[in-house]
Design a binder for this molecule. Structure first.
Ligand SMILES: C[S@@+](CC[C@H](N)C(=O)[O-])C[C@H]1O[C@@H](n2cnc3c(N)ncnc32)[C@H](O)[C@@H]1O
Length: 209
């Protein structure tokens, strides 16, 4: 039977640019854990409606989400992308360039928490955040995003269901425990206005008041 996700994807024509990104990830022999296409479109929509000038992405992989974010930026807007793997940052940078967004993106290579320290020390501020890296640090990334946010900034966090493990009381590994903490923080933190989308692998969305 067709799932709601399959049905929604069939409504859209194939995105050739993003198709090439996925092919490049496969060719590099990397596991493709790019954001789901429907949520990629949502990133573009949110970045557009929030008139984002400066976006911060945590976890670049092959540049799929970077392109989705870049498509919504105001002209001349920037993405700062934090990525631990030099190879992934190189691949993402190549794909961003091919998509016409090479000038908009700056990669900070290394553990994201260290890059976030640097951004905080430099007094940087962002209008949009996409959290999509190591799950154990999601709650830390959320706290840092709130501190780096302009008022009204949007925060999106991917993979909040961890393919069902978040809901399974028998699963209590570090990623699962950390993701539950992140989800609870998104839902209850008084600095945020939020919601939780349960399609695909789950996406949490918040606005910083
Ligand atoms: C799920 S993938 C990102 C997918 C990408 N956002 C997209 O949708 O196209 C996670 C990425 O986070 C990176 N990563 C993992 N741990 C990290 C860390 N501590 N700091 C920065 N990047 C990290 C991985 O190397 C990988 O490229």
């Amino acid at each position: 039977m067709t799932t709601p996700e399959q049905y929604s994807e069939e409504l859209y024509a194939e995105d050739e640019v993003l198709g090439r990104v996925k092919a490049s990830i496969a060719a590099a022999g990397i596991q493709d854990v790019s954001i789901a296409p429907g949520y990629g479109r949502l990133l573009t929509l949110l970045v557009t409606t929030s008139c984002t000038t400066h976006a911060l992405e945590i976890g670049a992989l092959g540049g799929y989400s970077g392109i989705c974010i870049a498509r919504g930026l105001v002209p001349g807007g920037t993405i700062t992308s934090l990525e631990i793997s030099e190879d992934n940052a190189r691949l993402a940078g190549h794909n961003m360039e091919e998509a016409g967004f090479g000038k908009n993106v700056n990669y900070m290579i290394g553990p994201a928490l260290e890059s976030l320290d640097q951004l905080q020390a430099e007094g940087k501020r962002f209008d949009f955040f996409f959290i999509d890296a190591d799950k154990e640090n999601y709650a830390h990334y959320l706290e840092r995003a709130i501190q780096l946010a302009n008022p009204g900034a949007i925060i999106a966090g991917d993979n909040t269901l961890l393919r069902g493990r978040t809901l399974n009381a028998e699963k209590n590994g570090p990623s699962v425990v950390a993701m539950r903490k992140f989800n609870e923080m998104i839902a209850t933190d008084e600095r945020l206005l939020s919601t939780f989308l349960p399609a695909f692998d789950g996406l949490a969305l918040a606005l910083v008041k």
